[in-house]
Ligand binder design. Structure first.
Ligand code: ARG
Length: 271
């Protein structure tokens, strides 16, 4: 009898153990999406006409290559991150509008020079404005200005990010523009995942707990749009699309005043 009871409990234990394991495994199982970054779909500039490719040359004699993105704030001002343009002479940066491609090969789009770079005085706030040498023709077709959101959406609301960044952590810059859809993440949860790197109030996270869909190197400066308005700018992440390592974006909603003031100030100085 004792023996039978023991066997019964033992079997129960095995059942509980295997089913709970099974559950955990199922939850962790990578979906098809997890193997690729910016999994999304190839898209075009006509759908993301606010987006520009920022090209940099690393010396006077090298070619300008895509390395970051930005968004059109107004005909002569581009919104991007400070990490994209810090310590760079404006003559080594070009902004290409109206193209779906990251290389110059397609020969489409329009090239603009940069006259001045405005960085936030607080080094830990990853935001910058590029004041262009020539005005962008805003045709509403492959070039248009974005608007900034005044409030953060509810956690979990889907946002869209387009860019030419790497398709995998070890990949290369994408020739075609791609886009992903990612939900905004709870701030406390994001702080907990990145406990080793304090997430500030001028940052906001987006992505899935299990990773899979994310921006990656070469996407910095791209805006995160919710309902067509900018709420964030691709800033950093630990790897790309890794589990428990969501994408971290500069929180534009907190910086609307800075953007508006600096856009106006730079304009005045350059008049
Ligand atoms: N700083 C990166 C860049 O060079 C952006 C990385 C974003 N990473 C991420 N996992 N969301 O473009």
């Amino acid at each position: 009898m004792i023996y039978q009871i023991q066997t019964f409990f033992f079997i129960c234990l095995i059942v509980v153990f295997t089913t709970s394991q099974g559950y955990v495994l199922a939850e962790n199982k990578p979906t098809g999406l997890q193997q690729r970054i910016l999994d999304g779909l190839t898209t075009t500039i006509f759908k993301h006409a606010y987006l520009v490719s920022i090209r940099k040359r690393f010396s006077e004699i090298s070619a300008y290559e895509h390395y970051c993105s930005g968004s059109i704030y107004s005909a002569n001002i581009i919104l991007t991150t400070a990490s994209c343009v810090r310590n760079t002479n404006p003559s080594n940066i070009k902004v290409i509008t109206g193209t779906s491609y990251s290389s110059g090969a397609a020969q489409d789009g329009a090239m603009h020079t940069v006259r001045e770079v405005a960085l936030h005085t607080n080094d830990s706030i990853d935001i910058a404005l590029l004041h262009l040498g020539t005005n962008i023709t805003l045709n509403g077709f492959n070039t248009k200005a974005i608007s900034l959101a005044k409030e953060l959406p509810k956690t979990g609301k889907m946002g869209v990010v387009a860019g030419w960044g790497k398709n995998t952590e070890i990949g290369t810059i994408s020739e075609n523009l791609r886009e992903i859809n990612v939900p905004t993440m709870d701030q406390a949860a994001c702080k907990a995942y990145y406990f080793w790197h304090s997430i500030t109030d001028t940052e906001v996270c987006a992505g899935y707990v299990n990773g899979g869909v994310d921006a990656c190197q070469g996407d910095a400066g791209s805006p995160l749009l919710v309902d067509g308005k900018v709420i964030g700018i691709v800033s950093w992440g630990y790897g790309c699309g890794r589990k428990y390592n969501p994408g971290v974006y500069t929180n534009v909603v907190r910086l609307v005043d800075w953007i508006e003031q600096n856009a106006a100030v730079t304009n005045e100085i350059l008049m």
